[in-house]
Design a binder for this molecule. Structure first.
Ligand code: SF4
Length: 290
């Protein structure tokens, strides 16, 4: 079987969407789409949610054996495969342990409410079975912003999920979306997102600037004047304010590859915070804004 034939059986979509931190991880598709599908800014709800059968997952693991090449890290694909029942996740982790012994770390995307549906004992069992990292969509530290976009979770939920993961020994990574508050909630979005990040211990923060996707509820809100998007420059100013106010308790990787739609800002917080702020200032002062 050629690599192309293996990839065609491993991945059902044209594109896979691992977070940047997982760019070197092996990838195993578990679910497609998102089980929630209501966030107004999101482009994924157009894709139906589905869970691969255990037979299909077992077959994909056998295929992955042929190409994994000793990779110690595996990312389970899907918008939130952590919504699966604990017993299903434990079966998948058990198959990974048995059939892919090189794998030492397993990650996947999760919604905070997926975490909260699991008991502390279940989280501990999952950590002991090999789950090491979850990528969680914080999006904003402001309840007003989350509610505006129908995220279906409050900041209190997301913070409770992070506390549960701390107790369960599972690392977490946060996604935030500069510009998500629009003009009306920009400052609140920046300050409250910085405050939530500062109160917890994310391994990384991945920022991805708001894009108004066609045929989303957000696009309709923009057309009807209910949401006024920021310009690229305004998004960068907002992001600068957020970064300036982050006070992390432990080293946290910060990355945004969407700055002004063409630059990447990347560094460790807190050591490289001033450097990243300086880079943002340079972009703002030197007219690098398209
Ligand atoms: S933002 Fe995440 S949780 Fe919300 S609909 Fe999109 S994939 Fe689902």
């Amino acid at each position: 079987m050629t690599r192309e034939e293996i990839f065609a059986q491993l991945y059902t979509g044209d594109t896979v969407y691992p977070p940047p931190l997982e760019s070197k991880s092996a990838l195993l598709e578990i679910t497609t789409g998102c089980s929630y599908r209501k966030c107004k800014f999101c482009d994924f709800p157009k894709d139906a949610f589905s869970i691969a059968s255990m037979d299909v997952i077992a077959h994909r693991i056998e295929l992955l054996r042929l190409i994994i090449g000793g990779n110690p890290r595996l990312h389970l694909l899907g918008c939130n495969p952590f919504c699966l029942h604990t017993r299903q996740l434990l079966s998948i982790l058990s198959m990974i342990r048995d059939r892919l012994p090189c794998v030492r770390e397993v990650s996947m995307y999760a919604r905070a409410d997926d975490v909260l549906r699991k008991t502390p004992e279940e989280l501990l069992m999952l950590a002991q079975a090999g789950l090491t990292d979850l990528h969680i969509g914080l999006e904003s530290g402001s309840n007003a912003v989350l509610s505006l976009h129908e995220k279906g979770e409050t900041i209190e939920d997301i913070e409770a999920a992070m506390d549960a993961l701390d107790n369960g020994g599972i690392r977490y990574h946060l996604t935030a979306i500069p510009g998500l508050g629009g003009k009306a909630l920009s400052r609140e979005h920046a300050l409250k997102t910085a405050a939530v990040i500062s109160r917890h211990r994310p391994m990384s923060v991945w920022c991805i600037a708001l894009k108004v996707w066609p045929d989303t509820p957000l696009e309709r809100m923009v057309k009807e004047g209910e949401f006024e998007p920021l310009t690229f420059e305004e998004i960068l100013r907002e992001e600068r304010e957020m970064v300036a106010n982050i006070q992390t308790k432990m080293p946290t990787l910060y990355v945004d590859s969407t700055v002004l739609n063409k630059y990447t800002i990347l560094g460790m917080l807190p050591e490289q915070k001033d450097l990243m702020l300086h880079q943002m200032d340079t972009l703002l002062e030197t007219g690098s804004i398209a």
